[in-house]
Design a protein around this ligand. Sequence first.
Ligand code: C5P
Length: 240
Amino acid sequence: MACFDPADRIIVALDGMAPEQALRFAAQVDGLRWVKVGLELFVQAGPEVVALLREQGLRVFLDLKFHDIPATMAGACRRAAALGAELITVHACSGSEALQAAQAAAVEGAQTAGLDAPTLLAVTVLTSWQEQRLQRELAITQGIAERVPALAQLSATAGIGGCVCSPLEASALRAQHPEPFALVTPGIRPKGTAIGDQARVMGPAEALAAGASQLVIGRPISKADDPSAAFAACCAELIG
Ligand code: C5P
């Protein structure tokens, strides 16, 4: 992005909210541009929530982490792109054929709806996995430190535009994949906010310096007494 505007870099996760509450919340945060709609909100509110958020002038990251056979991945990504979601998650483990089909269908879906093509983001290894469990439960012997870049490479080769990653993985992935490959990082904790259930966190400015292109921030903003002030403080950290 040529001109740096911190509001473009922060995506606020609309988690744990009823649909009306999510819409009200998003409308109430001054200067908010990007929101993340996850499985919980989507399952409750349906695809209409994407249209309603867009009508409020917001840009939508649709985080449904698609993982299926190529035809189903393509169908889901085509529909998600036509809804106007601008960032859409898919699992890298779906494999190159499904990733390529998803990417092509997203471009097609957006085009048919008269919209810009979205960026698909690959999820590599969910941060809830530990190496021993991957080995014990799924017989995956590759270490997470090798697996994350390998799956990022698989995704990039299939034409996927970016990855979701831990901020601690951002610098290694950025070295492997220069801009405009997107690196979207959750696990962000601004100064003075509770870590909560996140184990490995980074501050917003540090995460951008490590190579993240956008940050997902949930509770530090959504649970703040004054969400507009919390959002403004995150923006200030990015330019400070
Ligand atoms: O409230 P908090 O800032 O922890 O929210 C982070 C958001 O990012 C949540 O929507 C969470 O599901 C998501 N996320 C995450 N860690 C990952 C992947 C996604 O926290 N590895």
